[in-house]
Design a protein around this ligand. Structure first.
Ligand SMILES: NC(=O)C1=CN([C@@H]2O[C@H](COP(=O)(O)OP(=O)(O)OC[C@H]3O[C@@H](n4cnc5c(N)ncnc54)[C@H](OP(=O)(O)O)[C@@H]3O)[C@@H](O)[C@H]2O)C=CC1
Ligand SMILES: O=C(CO)[C@H](O)[C@H](O)COP(=O)(O)O
Length: 475
C-alpha cells in the first residue's frame, strides 16, 4: 500500500527508539521511522520482516513528515539536550497547525518547559514524555509519564495505552500535568532508581566485605528476598547479575566488572531540583555522590594506601551472626524513606509549578514496565487512593508501622557497617533523614543564633511574634 500513511512517527532509531517503534508496529499501528544515520531506520524494517508492513522508514525528515497522517505526531527518541533542540528546529518548518512534537527521551524538565513555551501560539503542540523500562520495556511495555499539551494527548493516547506495560490489565501510562510535569516525574523516577540501586549495592558490599559471601550465595539471598516485601525488578536483576559467570575467566561476572558507575544526568537533575525546592532528597544525593566517587578509582586507590593502617573495626562483626533478615529489613526501611523523599520532591514541585500532580496515579503507573517497578509501589498507590492527603509517605498510616518496626534493623546495619569501615552512604542518609524528620525539637535554633550573630539575619522566638535581632556580645 504505497500511499498508506503512518499513524505516528519515531525519530531516533537507537536502543529506545527502535524498540518503541517495533512495539508500536506490533500493536497494529503504522509507524514512520527516521534516523540521523538513515540506514538504521531501514534496518529496523529489514530486520523485522514480521512487522515490515507497519514500518515506514524514511530517508529524510521531509519524507518522514510526508508519510505521516495529519495531525502528525513525531516522537523524538534521541539523547537529551542539543539533539532534541536540533531535531525540533529541523522538523518545525515541515509541520502544520495541530501537529505534535513529542520528546520521549529523558530530559531536564526545565528544557521541556522552555520547549513548551517556544511552541505556544505557533499552532504546533509539544509533549514531554518520560519512558521507562530500558530496551525490553520499550519493546514490550514501558511505563509512560506524559506531560505537556493536554489537548493533544487524545491524539497519542490510543497508541500509548496499547504499547504501555499493563498492571493487572491497567495500562501504565497517564497524562500527569502541563509542560514539564511528565519529564519531572521521570527525573524523580530515575533519582529513586539511583537510590534503590545504591542501597542494593551497599547491602552487596556488606555481604561481600563483611559476611564474605560468594556472589552465587548472594544471588540466592536476593532471589529469596524477591519473594517478599522487596519483590521488585531491581532485586530480581541483582540476583541475575550476581549469578552470572564470565565465560572468559570462569569467575563471577561482577568480579571482573570495574567498580566505576556511569551516569547520564537524570539522577543529578533529580537532586538539583529537590535542593531547589528545599526538599532534601538525601538518599538520592548519596547515590549520585557515590557514583561520582566510584569513578575516581585511581584517587581511591591512593587513599586506600594512605589509610591502610587505619583501624576500621572488625569485619567479622557480621560473620558470627547470619543477620540476613536484619539486612532485608534495613533495606526495606531505607527504601521506604528514599521513596518518601522522591515523593516529597514531586509534591513540592507540583505546588511550585501548579501542576496538581496525581501522586497516586504516578505510583500506579510505576507498578509495571519501569525500572523501579515493584509490589511496594502498589502499597504507595493504595496509600494515596484512600482519599486522604498524604503529607509525606513517612506519615501515611500504611507506612508508619513498617518504618517504626524496621528502623531498628536499619540502625543496627548502619552502625555495624560504620564500625566495620564498610561505606553505606545511602542507608545512613536514610536513617539520618528519618531521625531528623521525626525529631520535634531540632537544632536549627543554634544555626539561627549563629546567623543572627554574624549577619543580623534575625530569628523567631517562641514567646514573641515576628522576627527579632539580638545584640550578641562582640566576637
Ligand atoms: N537506554 C535506556 O535504557 C533508556 C534511555 N532513555 C532515553 O532515551 C533517549 C535515547 O536513548 P537510547 O536509545 O538509549 O540512545 P542510543 O544512543 O541508543 O540512540 C540514540 C539515537 O539518537 C540519535 N542521535 C544521537 N545524537 C543525535 C543528534 N545530535 N541528532 C539527531 N539524532 C541523534 C542516534 O542516531 P545515530 O544512529 O545516527 O547515532 C540514535 O538513533 C535518551 O534521552 C535516553 O536518556 C530513556 C529510558 C531508558
Ligand atoms: O532512564 C533510564 C532508566 O530509567 C536509563 O536507563 C538511564 O540511562 C539510566 O540512568 P543512568 O544512565 O544515569 O544510570
Amino acid at each position: 500500500m504505497a500511499d498508506a500513511k503512518a499513524d505516528i512517527g519515531v525519530i531516533g532509531m537507537g536502543t529506545m527508539g527502535a524498540n518503541l517503534a517495533l512495539n508500536i508496529a506490533e500493536k497494529g499501528f503504522k509507524v514512520a521511522v527516521q534516523n540521523r544515520t538513515a540506514e538504521k531506520a531501514f534496518a529496523v524494517k529489514d530486520d523485522n520482516p514480521e512487522l515490515a508492513d507497519n514500518i515506514f522508514p524514511a530517508e529524510s525528515l521531509e519524507d518522514f513528515v510526508k508519510s505521516l497522517k495529519t495531525p502528525r505526531v513525531a516522537i523524538f527518541m534521541v539523547p537529551a539536550g542539543k539533539p532534541v533542540d536540533d531535531e525540533m528546529e529541523k522538523i518545525r518548518p515541515l509541520l502544520e497547525e495541530g501537529d505534535v512534537m513529542v520528546d520521549a527521551g529523558n530530559a531536564d524538565f526545565n528544557d521541556t518547559v522552555r520547549r513548551s513555551q517556544a511552541v505556544e501560539g505557533t499552532g504546533l503542540k509539544f509533549i514531554g514524555m518520560g519512558v521507562s523500562g530500558g530496551e525490553l520495556g520499550a519493546r514490550h511495555g514501558p511505563s509512560i509519564m506524559v506531560g505537556g499539551a493536554k489537548d493533544s494527548y487524545p491524539l497519542i493516547e490510543p497508541v500509548l495505552t496499547k504499547i504501555a506495560a499493563k498492571y493487572k490489565d491497567e495500562p501504565c501510562v497517564a497524562w500527569l500535568g502541563p509542560d514539564g510535569a511528565g519529564h519531572f516525574v521521570k527525573t524523580i523516577h530515575n533519582g529513586i532508581e539511583y537510590a534503590d540501586m545504591q542501597m542494593i549495592a551497599e547491602i552487596y558490599g556488606i555481604m561481600r566485605d563483611g559476611l564474605k559471601l560468594e556472589p552465587s550465595k548472594m544471588a540466592e539471598i536476593f532471589r529469596d528476598w524477591n519473594t517478599r516485601e522487596l519483590a521488585s525488578y531491581l532485586i530480581e536483576i541483582t540476583a541475575v547479575n550476581l549469578d552470572e559467570i564470565d565465560p572468559k575467566t570462569d569467575k563471577p561476572m561482577v568480579e571482573v566488572i570495574v567498580d566505576e558507575a556511569g551516569q547520564k544526568g537524570t539522577g543529578r537533575w533529580a537532586v538539583i531540583e529537590a535542593e531547589k525546592l528545599g526538599v532534601g532528597a538525601t538518599t538520592l544525593e548519596a547515590a549520585v555522590a557515590a557514583r561520582g566517587l566510584s569513578s575516581r578509582r585511581a584517587e581511591r586507590a591512593d587513599a586506600a594506601k594512605l589509610y591502610d593502617k587505619v583501624e576500621a573495626g572488625q569485619p567479622q562483626f557480621f560473620a558470627d551472626e547470619p543477620g540476613l533478615s536484619e539486612l532485608e529489613s534495613a533495606l526495606v526501611t531505607a527504601k521506604i524513606i528514599a521513596y518518601a523523599q522522591g515523593y516529597a520532591a514531586m509534591a513540592a514541585a507540583s505546588d511550585e509549578n501548579s501542576w496538581n500532580l496525581p501522586l497516586g496515579t504516578i505510583a500506579e503507573i510505576w507498578r509495571a514496565g519501569c525500572i523501579i517497578r515493584s509490589h511496594f509501589l502498589d502499597d504507595i498507590a493504595k496509600a494515596y487512593d484512600k482519599g486522604h492527603t498524604v503529607v509525606n509517605i513517612l506519615q501515611s498510616p500504611d507506612f508508619v508501622g513498617r518504618v517504626a518496626k524496621g528502623q531498628s534493623a536499619l540502625r543496627r546495619v548502619v552502625a555495624k557497617a560504620s564500625l566495620a569501615g564498610i561505606p553505606v552512604p545511602a542507608l545512613s542518609a536514610a536513617l539520618a533523614y528519618f531521625d531528623d524528620y521525626r525529631r520535634e525539637r531540632g537544632t536549627a535554633n543554634l544555626i539561627q543564633a549563629q546567623r543572627d550573630l554574624f549577619g543580623a539575619h534575625t530569628f523567631h522566638r517562641f514567646d514573641t511574634d515576628g522576627a527579632v535581632h539580638h545584640k550578641w556580645p562582640a566576637v
